[in-house]
Design a protein around this ligand. Structure first.
Ligand SMILES: NC(=O)C1=CN([C@@H]2O[C@H](COP(=O)(O)OP(=O)(O)OC[C@H]3O[C@@H](n4cnc5c(N)ncnc54)[C@H](O)[C@@H]3O)[C@@H](O)[C@H]2O)C=CC1
Ligand SMILES: O=C(O)[C@@H]1CCC=N1
Length: 271
């Protein structure tokens, strides 16, 4: 990415916009290539402006950009996008990370053009995210490479060939960190109920979730194999898993949760 020259407009410097920007800057993107447009400077964006001198504007400047990365809330798209029209050439690439905002909805405002619809997640903040991405037919090989370069600053990029799959990606990895944090919350609460002091239960839960995640990434083994490694025959883990797996309880709950997130992404595209 360090050799590239395209000028980038980042629309929305909130949690995800700033997380992506942080990844670009840390991996060598020249700060003068980016302009962040956001009516305010929030806690996530401020340190990047202070550290790298990234330019911030409250309105879209009267300049041309090669790439616009859209990181505003889906509900803000209709209001925010028209201001972009004058800043984009017909061949400028638009990369949107908004949940449930379709390529068609973006093209309805910005005209038919190369559009990448992507779904990152918040571990992007520490360079440990994963992103699903879909490119419309107008995105050529070079455009896909540019988008890949920007998105992969925060972790691997998985390209899908059907736009509908981005809603499923949203249900698994876009929203997924929240499920894992909730698991840590539940584990800590259960530890308290089992007699541990609250702060100790929380430390145990955080390190367990984080350590298991790190092991899963570093190991060649599948999650199933790693689970079996913990589970001694007729031991304590088996006793717990018997509860979680009874009537496929957790598996069915997870399937419903991911389906609900996917359906919500689909519904957002119709609002
Ligand atoms: N938070 C997450 O875990 C993920 C979020 N996303 C998507 O990323 C997008 C942004 O989400 P967050 O960063 O969490 O929200 P956020 O609320 O932290 O950031 C949105 C930013 O947009 C700015 N904004 C509002 N109106 C604007 C306008 N007219 N022009 C420019 N900027 C404007 C706000 O001031 C704010 O800084 C959403 O579309 C969301 O679906 C995607 C993947 C994960
Ligand atoms: O909850 C949301 O709508 C956004 C999209 C994926 C994660 N957060």
């Amino acid at each position: 990415m360090a050799d590239a020259h395209e000028r980038i407009l980042l629309l929305g410097g909130g949690n995800m916009g700033a997380a992506l920007l942080g990844g670009w800057l840390e991996t060598g993107l020249e700060p003068s290539r980016v302009v962040v447009v956001d009516p305010k400077v929030g806690d996530a964006l401020r340190p990047l402006i202070d550290r790298y001198g990234v330019r911030h504007e409250t309105n879209v400047p009267d300049e041309a950009f090669d790439i616009a990365l859209l990181a505003v809330k889906p509900q803000m798209m209709g209001e925010a996008l028209p201001a972009l029209r004058a800043a984009l050439e017909p061949e400028s690439l638009v990369v949107s990370i908004a949940a449930g905002t379709s390529v068609a909805a973006i093209e309805a405002i910005l005209g038919e053009r190369p559009v990448v619809r992507a779904m990152p997640n918040t571990p992007a903040l520490i360079g440990r995210g994963i992103t699903g991405a879909f490119a419309n037919a107008r995105v050529e090989v070079a455009g896909r490479a540019v988008a890949d370069g920007l998105l992969s600053a925060s972790g691997p990029v998985e390209w899908v060939e059907s736009e509908a799959l981005i809603d499923a990606v949203t249900g698994v990895s876009g929203s997924g960190p929240a499920y894992v944090f909730y698991l840590a919350e539940c584990l800590a609460k259960a530890g308290e109920a089992a007699g541990l002091p609250a702060d100790l239960a929380m430390r145990l839960a955080r390190h367990t979730v984080a350590g298991a995640g790190e092991l899963m990434i570093r190991s060649e083994d599948t999650p199933e194999k790693l689970r079996r490694n913990v589970t001694s025959p007729n031991g304590t883990t088996q006793a717990a898993l018997d509860v979680l797996m009874a009537a496929d309880g957790l598996a069915l709950l997870m399937r419903r949760a991911v389906g609900a997130a996917r359906d919500r992404a689909e519904a957002l595209s119709k609002e």
